[in-house]
Ligand binder design. Structure first.
Ligand code: GLN
Length: 256
């Protein structure tokens, strides 16, 4: 009887222990590249940002443990091979949608900006940089980004004779302005964030390019995870939480 009781107690403790320590929780892997403030950036050796907040919310609401993997941006789509993996910091595009499925957009009206040394580029009456100014120039982009795809495709068109310089990390690319590249082409919020507080650098919108939207990427056909993410994202948008995170992380990632 005593033995049975202690065996029973042991089982209760074991189950309780597993429950309390969360050891039975499944893991959600979030793949991203950390040089993209305010969406993902490193501070105090840890990855932070708007996308990380979204991933944390998704994981906690699905009772999962979040593990963020900082990898090359161009490998994110390839990385999402499991049902419990998501990709962060990506613009929704037809090309990418052949490889992954995207959530509803969580940030809209993203435009391509150019980062340049103060005075190195003229803006027009709309305070934008005409594409012609960038023709024939060495343009630094994040490898695999929408800017990379666009400029590479348009080397005989809109961005005639541009020389594409591909970087793993856009923060490193910025330090190279005036050396291995003339200018950097990157999304609006990140461009403004990177140049904020940086003496001698400016960021302006490039005229005449289409806008983009960000979405969370999942493995193709992973409708269960996608439905959960869409519900969470639409609630976050409704509560204006994403906008609040953008404001918070634009402040905290200021001095990168
Ligand atoms: N708009 C870019 C893309 O999706 C964002 C690049 C990034 O560094 N996250 O390609």
């Amino acid at each position: 009887m005593r033995k049975t009781l202690s065996a029973l107690l042991a089982i209760v403790f074991l189950i309780g222990g597993v429950f309390l320590c969360g050891c039975n929780q499944k893991t959600l892997y979030a793949y991203t590249e950390s040089g993209f403030p305010p969406f993902e950036y490193i501070q105090d050796s840890k990855i932070h940002g708007v996308d990380i907040e979204i991933a944390k919310t998704v994981a906690s609401e699905m009772n999962m443990r979040l593990v963020v993997k900082d990898i090359e941006f161009s490998s994110i789509a390839k990385g999402i091979k499991q049902d419990n993996a998501i990709g962060l910091g990506m613009s929704i595009s037809e090309e990418r949608a052949k490889k992954v499925d995207f959530s509803i957009p969580y940030v809209k009206d993203v435009f391509q900006y150019v980062i340049f040394e103060e005075g190195a580029l003229e803006t027009d009456q709309d305070d934008m940089v005409p594409i012609e100014e960038l023709r024939g120039k060495k343009l630094g982009v994040q490898k695999g980004s929408s800017a990379d795809t666009l400029i590479t495709k348009e080397k005989d068109g809109l961005f005639q004779d541009a020389k594409v310089r591909r970087y793993e990390n856009i923060l490193t690319a910025t330090q190279d302005i005036g050396h291995s590249n003339d200018y950097i082409v990157i999304d609006s919020l990140s461009a403004l964030q990177i140049t904020d507080n940086k003496v001698g650098l400016e960021a302006k919108r490039i005229k005449g390019l289409p806008s983009e939207s960000y979405g969370i990427a999942v493995k193709k056909g992973n409708t269960k995870l996608l439905t959960n993410i869409n519900n969470i994202v639409s609630r976050l948008i409704e509560e204006e939480q994403i906008q609040k995170w953008i404001e918070i992380h634009s402040t905290t990632s200021q001095d990168l």
